[in-house]
Design a protein around this ligand. Sequence first.
Ligand code: FE
Length: 135
Amino acid sequence: MDVMEPTIAKTDAEWRAQLTPEQYDILRRKGTERPFTGRYVNEKSDGTYVCAACGTELFSSDTKFESHSGWPSFTEPVNREHVILESDHSHGMVRTEVMCRSCGGHLGHVFEDGPSDEGGMRYCINSGALQLERS
Ligand code: FE
């Protein structure tokens, strides 16, 4: 779907040194935190969620909603240009993967079962890929 390459290129060793083991597993190994374990699942504070790896602004608390999925869920990114969406056929499913456009870090997946009055999308994002900058 997207052809743009990430603009921040670090080696695997550099990412491993910079990120916590959990962040590294999610962002660089496309891992998924267990549902209802992430620190932002029930977060209600106002602010902007930035990429835990590179600081790019990704999601606003204004678009966060309770999906009961166990992961932080948003109806849309702060800016569509800040993410890469790509078809993901892993684990026997067809899903759309969401990545940070700046660093290529894996964030989560986007599904079409979000609130219909807000565009119908559900960006299902790992807490471990995010950092909340409170406003
Ligand atoms: Fe990033």
